[in-house]
Design a protein around this ligand. Sequence first.
Ligand SMILES: Cc1cc2nc3c(=O)[nH]c(=O)nc-3n(C[C@H](O)[C@H](O)[C@H](O)COP(=O)(O)OP(=O)(O)OC[C@H]3O[C@@H](n4cnc5c(N)ncnc54)[C@H](O)[C@@H]3O)c2cc1C
Length: 465
Amino acid sequence: MKTLKMPGRNLSVIDSADVAVIGGGPSGFSAAIAVAREGSSVYIIEKNGYCGGVAAMGLPIQGFDDVEGNPLVRGIAWELYRRLVEAGGALKELVPCRLHNPYAIIDPHICKLVMEEMLKEAGVRVWNHTTFLHTLREPDAHGEIFVKNLVVGGKGGLYACKAERIIDASGDGDAAADAGAQYTIGRGPDGLTQSATLNFRLSGIDFNTLGAAVHENFSGLFDTHDMINREAIFRSEPHIMVGLRNLISEAKLHSDMDIPCDYISYITGINPGTVCINMVHVHHVSGHTLQGLSTAEALGKAQINLLVQFFREWVPGFSQAYLSDISPHIGIRETRHIMGEYTLTGDDIRSGSFPNDTIALGGYPIDIHHPEKGDVTLERVPPYGIPFRTMVPKRVRNMLVTGRAFSADHIALASSRLMATCMALGQAAGVASHFAAADKSGIEHTYTVETIQNTLESRGAVIRR
Ligand SMILES: Cc1cc2nc3c(=O)[nH]c(=O)nc-3n(C[C@H](O)[C@H](O)[C@H](O)COP(=O)(O)OP(=O)(O)OC[C@H]3O[C@@H](n4cnc5c(N)ncnc54)[C@H](O)[C@@H]3O)c2cc1C
């Protein structure tokens, strides 16, 4: 790649606070609210014109409860859900599911508005349309790194902002990686990541027709996964569809449709006759690079027309379906895993470990959208604890990494990447950053974990079984 030198320049400082949060997705939203409520000043740097990240794409919030309905995540995440219910932006009850654990069906647009309200009420400053670009770092005599200044960009060019503590909630570990934290990508040696998906919504669906077809022939053409709630499909109640593999095989056999997914995957929305389709699959995506993201958007869009045509022609009840929304951007399931003081592993979650420094609980199945095929693997795990050390990047001393890029291997992330879990991590990162900013000592993770845990519990978070 060719390079160009940029002449030195002075940047206007747009903001300064105790804590800067990079990214206003589920984890950054929750982190910033936690910081502000504990009494420190905080701003969010968010590249989009709204906060929400993947929560603004039409998908259900998963990870609140274990499969039996015992709470795994409460606190700020649960408050968001209850506020969404009040605002008419979520179904009143979690939808039970043996395959996906209970989940909350939400409206993505109302979610954006409610998040905005909650951030405002807490006193968080939000910089929309502002992209984090670089850290200006200061290594100390021991080679440890402190980041006090950030370079951000947007309309008008480059700017700077300042903070005592940084929370990287970009999902990709953009700030931690730039600051010099080590990371791995994807599933290890081959670096392949879960596939990326551009979600879209179809409306105008007749669920009664679909329900009747599945009822008549769920052991044949209209097969469904054994663990999903078939009764809900028969009765046109809220549901997640994972199935109709035979129908897809049939369509592939009798048409030239190159359907990117081996099964039908959608989630019913809160509006009648509407579903969010989760079937675009783009493989070999580097979602943390400009080139990778740009290419993935184009490949994702190219699959939508084909899928709409497939639904109209092949799926009972969808003949009148129309495209009512496309997610604002392609959804990236996996990129960098920032290496922390501890890395959560597949073994940890399969054995249901609860380390002493647990600050959030997981328990959603390992959910891997295959890095190379149009298939998904779902493997049940028991409830487990996520240790605080997974958010503490090695070497970078005044930063925590929350949400999707926290320190977890490919398998552990496949269970803990869900929105409710990311919000629980965010709340813990927010509380910890408040204490660290107030303390000024810079060494946050050794002696304050108990204080963080006690504070989280007093704020309604669940951190013990
Ligand atoms: C296609 C898809 C389907 C999914 N389905 C579900 C589901 O059904 N239920 C569920 O619970 N979870 C689901 N997940 C997982 C879950 O949504 C994500 O793992 C979760 O949202 C991660 O939260 P986050 O805050 O870490 O990251 P994100 O939600 O990705 O938010 C990151 C935020 O940071 C911003 N940002 C990123 N980089 C920068 C930067 N450099 N500067 C400024 N801002 C930046 C982004 O704009 C975004 O707002 C799905 C994920 C994908 C991709």
